[in-house]
Ligand binder design. Structure first.
Ligand SMILES: O=C(O)CCC(=O)C(=O)O
Ligand SMILES: [Fe+2]
Length: 362
């Protein structure tokens, strides 16, 4: 791709087209994957009422008193599920101005010390009590279920549009009972920030260790930006009843980087317009299997791979990535949330040289 044909907006794909003109949708999807790595989906079939309820529960959760939110803080769990307060996460060496609540499909606390350490990441959620947050848990879990179905459908479409069997990726890298994470995010209004909070909502990054991300922008504030191949930042503003989908480094690796795990970032919300809310869901590859680029993508599709892509994102632990996805993923969690790392994984952090005392990031 030459800089002249670089993208300047994010394509919108309508999944209803699958019923009327499947070939067209697959061709649009292929273009979006190879040239952009980001696209909106509409016609996804997820009930708009559920999405409204998700938005409202997200706002209500963050409006709870801080001491109640701290009762479900990540620090209480080796899974890194739960709440993290403002400024507690680090991307590219700087604090991110966001509060978060990480959740996943519910799994029991099954890890024992004779199992691989990364399996300790999978386990139960930390929920606020029902009387404090009525219908929160059921709404969040319903959304998770729907996002999971959509993500699996998209994985099959991605395979198909790259000339593979629709189940080529799913059969190898998705396994029932795996835990896929999602989170509620609040980017506080700049009027509520202190000077030392810095300027980033979340710094430039790729979604590491996941196959794809489905992002629901839960109110109408802009902030998400996507980096095109020339290094320019392109806005991805909220569009009602759509999701923004982007490709993670896991999927890109599996398909020989013919699809792009595109760099993105989030700016603080515009002044005077209140906080921005968003809900990303991350579909992950199974953690217990080495990643191996798939065979069978036709040469003419591989030849479309863009080169000379400029990115502001680093790439942590890449040496480990393909060989041991579970450990790679755990190290990323520790690095982003060092207080949880210090409590539950001090030996692993020391082994990989992650400084737990200094909360300074990379
Ligand atoms: O909040 C957003 O719009 C994007 C968040 C994001 O990129 C992430 O959490 O990986
Ligand atoms: Fe992201």
């Amino acid at each position: 791709m030459t800089p002249d044909s670089d993208f300047t907006s994010i394509p919108i794909l309508d999944l209803c087209t699958l019923r009327t003109n499947r070939e067209q949708l697959l061709s649009e999807l292929q273009g979006a994957l190879i040239n952009v790595g980001f696209f909106y989906v509409k016609g996804h079939g997820i009930n708009p009422k559920l999405l409204e309820e998700l938005s409202s529960q997200t706002v209500k959760f963050f409006d709870l008193p801080l001491d109640e939110k701290l009762k479900v803080d990540k620090i209480h769990s080796p899974t890194f599920l739960g709440y993290s307060s403002q400024g507690n996460e680090i991307t590219k060496g700087s604090k991110d101005n966001r509060e978060q609540f990480d959740f996943a499909n519910e799994l029991p606390d099954a890890w024992t010390s004779n199992r691989p350490i990364y399996e300790r990441l999978s386990g139960p959620n930390l929920w606020p009590t029902e009387n404090l947050a009525p219908d929160f848990t059921s709404t969040i879990l319903s959304f998770h279920q729907e996002a999971q179905k959509l993500a699996e459908q998209l994985t099959r479409l991605v395979s198909e549009c790259l000339g593979l069997h629709p189940n080529a990726l799913a059969n190898e890298y998705l396994v029932s009972g795996q835990q896929n994470r999602a989170k509620l995010i609040k980017y506080p209004s700049v009027d509520q920030l202190h000077l030392e909070d810095g300027t980033q909502g979340v710094g430039a990054h790729r979604d590491t260790g996941s196959l794809l991300t489905i992002l629901y922008q839960a109110n109408d504030l802009p902030g998400l930006q996507v980096q095109n191949h020339s290094g320019d930042w392109i806005d991805a503003p909220p569009i009602p009843n759509t999701f923004v989908v982007n490709i993670g480094t896991g999927l890109a690796y599996l398909v020989h980087n013919v699809v792009a795990a595109t760099t993105h970032r989030v700016l603080n919300p515009p002044p005077g317009r209140g906080p921005r809310y968003s809900v990303p869901y991350f579909l992950s590859a199974r953690m217990d299997k080495k990643l191996k680029p798939v065979e069978g993508i036709p040469k003419e599709i591989l030849a479309k791979r863009p080169d000379n892509v400029i990115t502001d994102s680093g790439h942590q632990f890449s040496h480990l990535y393909a060989d041991d996805p579970g450990t790679y993923y755990l190290l990323n969690r520790i690095s982003s949330h060092r207080d949880v790392g210090a409590k539950f994984y001090p030996e692993l952090a020391a082994k990989y040289g992650i400084e737990l005392g200094a909360n300074t990031g990379y």
